[in-house]
Design a protein around this ligand. Structure first.
Ligand SMILES: Cc1cc2nc3c(=O)[nH]c(=O)nc-3n(C[C@H](O)[C@H](O)[C@H](O)COP(=O)(O)OP(=O)(O)OC[C@H]3O[C@@H](n4cnc5c(N)ncnc54)[C@H](O)[C@@H]3O)c2cc1C
Length: 283
């Protein structure tokens, strides 16, 4: 069920207002904010967040006894799609374009959730490629984003990683192109990645023409009792709506935590011959 805040309507032509590259902690948190602000948001994700390799997540706010990281990752994705973001799998291999002409991402493999937009078979390669176009792009992938190579963005290489320099609040030197999370070389902690995704998303919302004050849900009368308009991005809800949302939230949480998660964590990908088969879990 989508939140009543969402005004997102997918564009049937395949043109998106925003493409988020990477559906991990930063990307999915960003998607929740942009979709809730009414920006038509497509997340493209090629595999799994590194958080799924964690054994038990114990330092994310709101879970005093910790939480299964794969459950947490599932819930992050559900939160983004529930608020109106779309989600597809695939690897972004190339990015081109700019804010004036639109950005085009070339995607290899994976699956489009609705139809395979512009799907082609790429020469010898049997993996189908497709293109997605968007007005803006937020990159929140791993710190090895070759698809950014065509852009004049400051990068820093360390070990096998290549980080993209995030300017002020997630902007880059390229208008309309934002970076967040590990790719932007922020601390390797889930809550930092989430906050960073949210910050870049709110910057992007401010840079668009959408009026926005804060993403807040307040009780009925919070502003209007003082003769004020409800600020853009905010809403007031009455006690009936508040109760309905709380009951829906309780039902959803009971479902998420009714049983233990059935997916094991993978180990580090370079451990290719693991006799305990810890790389072969179904994704
Ligand atoms: C073993 C382990 C344990 C950890 N434990 C903790 C912990 O206890 N507490 C804590 O706070 N943090 C922990 N972390 C760190 C935390 O998981 C990361 O800091 C966080 O996931 C970073 O978020 P992110 O969104 O930047 O990257 P990710 O969450 O990794 O998301 C990046 C996403 O981008 C996708 N992607 C990459 N390239 C492409 C591409 N070209 N096209 C499309 N998609 C792409 C990836 O598949 C991935 O889903 C742990 C990490 C590991 C590895």
């Amino acid at each position: 069920m989508a939140s009543s805040k969402s005004t997102t309507t997918p564009d049937a032509s395949g043109q998106h207002e925003l493409l988020i590259i990477g559906g991990g902690v930063a990307g999915l948190t960003a998607a929740t904010f942009t979709a809730r602000a009414g920006i038509e948001t497509m997340v493209i994700n090629d595999g799994e967040t590194v958080l799924r390799r964690n054994a038990h997540l114990e330092n994310v706010p709101g879970f005093p006894a910790g939480v299964n990281p794969r459950r947490f990752a599932d819930m992050l994705r559900a939160q983004a799609t529930r608020n109106g973001a779309e989600y597809q799998t695939g690897t972004v291999t190339e990015l081109a374009g700019d804010i004036d002409n639109g950005f085009t991402a070339t995607i290899t493999g994976g699956q489009a959730s609705d139809d395979t937009e512009n799907a082609t078979v790429d020469g010898e390669n049997t993996e189908p490629t497709r293109e997605l176009t968007a007005d803006r792009v937020l990159a929140a992938s791993f710190p090895d984003a070759e698809f950014l190579d065509g852009y004049d963005i400051d990068t820093r290489t360390a070990d096998s990683k290549q980080y993209a320099e995030a300017g002020e609040l997630g902007r880059t030197e390229v208008e309309g192109l934002y970076v967040a999370g590990r790719l932007a070389e922020h601390y390797h902690q889930a809550v930092i990645a989430a906050g960073d995704g949210a910050e870049a998303a709110i910057t992007l919302i401010h840079d668009s023409d959408i009026p926005f004050y804060n993403d807040w849900v307040a009780p009925e009368g919070y502003w209007t009792d003082r003769g004020r308009e409800v600020p853009p991005g905010c809403e007031e809800i009455d006690p009936t709506e508040q109760r309905a949302r709380q009951e829906a939230a309780m039902a959803a949480m009971q479902e998420y935590f009714a049983a233990s998660h059935d997916q094991q964590q993978r180990t580090f990908p370079s451990l290719v011959d693991d006799e305990r088969n810890r790389l072969d879990w179904e994704r």
